[in-house]
Design a protein around this ligand. Structure first.
Ligand SMILES: NC(=O)c1ccc[n+]([C@@H]2O[C@H](COP(=O)([O-])OP(=O)(O)OC[C@H]3O[C@@H](n4cnc5c(N)ncnc54)[C@H](O)[C@@H]3O)[C@@H](O)[C@H]2O)c1
Ligand SMILES: [Zn+2]
Length: 395
């Protein structure tokens, strides 16, 4: 039998991405042209339509925000146009579970007749940004999307990335796209209104990225821990900006912005964190779970002889000084088959990566290390160590 002849024509092209991440204050003060310049920058002769979707936590903390957006668009009416009144929707993780709300937001874009040159502006925490980013990316196969992150975590990590997503079919971020935003506008003033708990939670991502990429930043975090734990504005702003830059550098220069391979260096500490978030039914904030995940994987790095003994303790001390509690009883949970519930997180992570486990551990402060296996008894040993530390601290 002769083999069939296959004629293959290879398609190949590259799409360069470039978007600004600006740091400012008073974004909707008419004296600040950043928002207008961002929308009108590429085409100054046009009037640019936009809608704003606002997190209700932000609207409550900044009562004049909606009015400020109106006044701003009137002040710059020659170049921008608010296509309808800003829409306030609930913030927090529940927004990512709300199919009806998503449908409502799509309908709103249809009713407002937004085209692919108009803008969907999301103002809120990471959960609201993930949801609105998904809605914008899937309307007309992608309407321009501007993020205005309002939590520490969203400003220093999630908001400057290229992903969005919502929770569906019982899985976090099951529906989502890689869709770089048109721009990210970080306004430090929003951070001041944030509850202390969320101010602390976002700092875990700064410790994480310092540990895997930047020893100097880790030293800086240690040196400024008391300013950070009292939310000194200058220290918080430096921490947010440096952390955002390190995330942007990894995404832009790390060689895999759309995560097609298996390495996930920015997920240091996250296999356990994601599992802890789920098993505590989000009673732990993402950043709080990440802090515990960092502590666990730092101890594991020592137990596996990758990291010098004592460095794990030093990392834990920094996290605690920043305000984190490095323990949750969910670490000890067993499922109905008497298996450790947390360890399912490792299996989930492996499945998510297509079968090849790729975990980032630590080789030194500021230096990550990729490994392809984790020993379950060593993980249990690390949990035990955290548990003993907790009792020592309480004593
Ligand atoms: N897309 C990504 O790359 C990426 C990366 C990391 C995390 N995330 C996602 O980010 C989400 C977590 O985001 P988060 O930590 O920003 O929390 P969040 O969005 O859940 O917000 C926490 C709470 O703060 C309120 N809030 C927001 N800004 C406020 C402000 N300025 N003042 C007062 N209250 C305010 C919200 O209403 C909410 O109740 C998770 O869903 C996580 O999966 C996404
Ligand atoms: Zn994270």
């Amino acid at each position: 039998m002769t083999a069939p002849i296959t004629d293959t024509v290879w398609q190949s092209f590259q799409v360069p991405y470039r978007f600004p991440v600006s740091f400012t204050k008073d974004l909707f003060d008419t004296g600040n042209p950043t928002f207008r310049d961002t929308l009108a920058g590429r085409d100054a002769d046009k009037r640019h339509r936009f809608v704003c979707i606002v997190d209700d936590g932000v609207a409550a903390a900044a009562p004049s925000l909606l009015e400020d957006i109106h006044s701003y668009s009137e002040a710059y009416a020659e170049s921008i146009q608010l296509a309808r009144a800003p829409v306030v929707v609930s913030g927090g993780e529940s927004v990512k579970n709300d199919d009806e709300l998503r449908e409502h937001l799509h309908q709103l874009l249809v009713d407002t007749r937004l085209d692919r040159h108009a803008y969907v502006v999301a103002i809120g925490g990471g959960a609201l940004l993930d949801t609105v980013g998904f809605v914008a990316a899937t309307a007309h196969r992608g309407i321009r999307h501007i993020r205005v992150p309002t939590t520490v975590l969203a400003q220093n990590d999630s908001g400057v990335g290229v992903k969005n997503g919502v929770n569906r079919y019982g899985q976090k971020n099951y529906l989502g796209t890689f869709a770089p935003p048109f721009a990210v506008l970080n306004d430090y003033n929003f951070i001041e209104a944030l509850p202390d708990r969320d101010k602390i939670a976002g700092m875990a991502e700064a410790v994480k990225v310092a540990l895997i990429r930047d020893r100097c930043f880790f030293d800086w975090l240690e040196k400024h821990h008391s300013k950070l734990s009292s939310f000194d504005a200058d220290a918080m702003q430096y921490m947010i900006r440096r952390c955002a830059e390190l995330h942007m550098h990894q995404i832009g220069q790390g060689g895999d912005p759309f995560e097609t391979g298996s390495a996930r260096p920015l997920d240091f500490g996250h296999w356990a964190a994601h599992r802890l978030e789920t098993i505590t039914r989000y009673h732990l904030r993402h950043g709080e779970a990440v802090a515990i995940g960092i502590a666990l994987d730092s101890r594991y790095s020592v137990l596996a002889n990758h990291l010098e003994p004592g460095t794990d303790e030093r990392i834990c001390r920094l996290l605690e000084r920043l305000g984190f509690t490095l323990w949750d009883d969910a670490l000890l949970l067993r499922d109905s088959d008497d298996q450790w519930t947390l360890l399912q997180g490792l299996r989930d992570f492996r499945e998510h990566l297509g079968g090849d486990l790729n975990i980032t551990l630590l080789e030194n402060l500021g230096v990550g290390l990729e490994v392809n296996e984790m020993d379950e008894s060593r993980i249990l040993n690390a949990i035990d160590w955290l548990s003993c530390r907790k009792f020592d601290m309480a004593a």
